[in-house]
Design a protein around this ligand. Structure first.
Ligand SMILES: Nc1ncnc2c1ncn2[C@@H]1O[C@H](COP(=O)(O)OP(=O)(O)OP(=O)(O)O)[C@@H](O)[C@H]1O
Ligand SMILES: [Mg+2]
Length: 235
């Protein structure tokens, strides 16, 4: 993908979306082919990437504030400045008043928001996000999507975003990659989303051009979803 771009990957459950992100993060080696990061082959862990896992990876014995601070502490950041930055992130993800809470005291969506702050606070060049907003209610989700787009536009980071939700993929991305149903999944299509930015997420989905792009991608994805559904039925 293009450096500084926003790319989404969609495809049926089990087709290898998380696997792709794991390879981009350097947690897994591809059996064939190579992973290149800004033109350099990736060896070992990808230190340029922040990874927001599909299952959140918060430390249960640390508070919201300490979980968010973790990355900066591991990098040896100056404590006062790190604290200010973590407070700003708590606000940004709408968790004012929850700094001293522990993960088990939060809802699923709140934990996702902590994980998002954890990923972005360390200012990685590449952000890998695996279905970050699936557990959120519609309003929070739209707010977080808007937040991501603003952050991305301000910082020029490269984002790879995995989602089940084709509407979300189109609304956020420059480019949408559709994968086929597994096993032996392949790329079904790569679609450019030419909608101008900044995008108004509230009205975008009724824009006729959005609907047109959605129709064209869905006609391909639909086949794959049906195949995957047929395979998962008892014989
Ligand atoms: N191309 C592939 N090569 C080898 N293994 C694969 C491939 N694609 C998927 N797998 C295996 O299939 C399983 C599911 O893959 P993965 O978790 O990446 O799916 P997913 O698309 O993220 O699904 P979900 O949408 O349910 O999260 C994993 O155990 C993974 O190792
Ligand atoms: Mg997955």
């Amino acid at each position: 993908m293009r450096a500084g771009g926003f790319l989404s990957v969609v495809g049926p459950s089990g087709c290898g979306k998380s696997t792709l992100l794991n390879m981009a993060a350097g947690l897994m080696q591809p059996a064939e082919g190579t992973v290149e990061i800004f033109g350099e082959p990736l060896r070992g862990i990808n230190r340029k990437a922040g990874y927001m896992f599909q299952q959140d990876a918060l430390l249960p014995w640390k508070t919201v504030l300490d979980n968010i601070l973790l990355g900066l502490q591991l990098r040896g950041g100056e404590p006062k400045q790190a604290g200010r930055s973590a407070q700003a992130w708590i606000h940004r993800v709408g968790l004012d008043g929850f700094a001293a809470h522990y993960p088990h005291q939060l809802s699923g969506g709140m934990r996702k928001r902590v994980a998002m702050a954890q990923t972005w606070i360390v200012d990685p060049d590449i952000v890998l996000m695996d279905e970050p907003f699936g557990a959120l209610d519609v309003h929070t989700r739209m707010r977080m999507e808007g937040e991501i787009l603003t952050l991305w536009a301000e910082t020029g980071k490269t984002v790879i975003f995995v989602t089940h939700d084709l509407e979300e993929a189109i609304a956020l991305s420059d480019e949408v990659v559709v994968l086929s149903a597994g096993p032996a999944s392949h790329v079904v299509g790569v679609y450019q989303v030419g909608l101008e930015r900044p995008r108004n997420l509230i009205d975008l989905k009724t824009d006729p051009r959005f609907v047109e792009i959605y129709r064209s991608i869905w006609s391909d994805l639909r086949e794959e979803v049906l195949k995957s559904y047929a395979r998962s039925q008892p014989q």
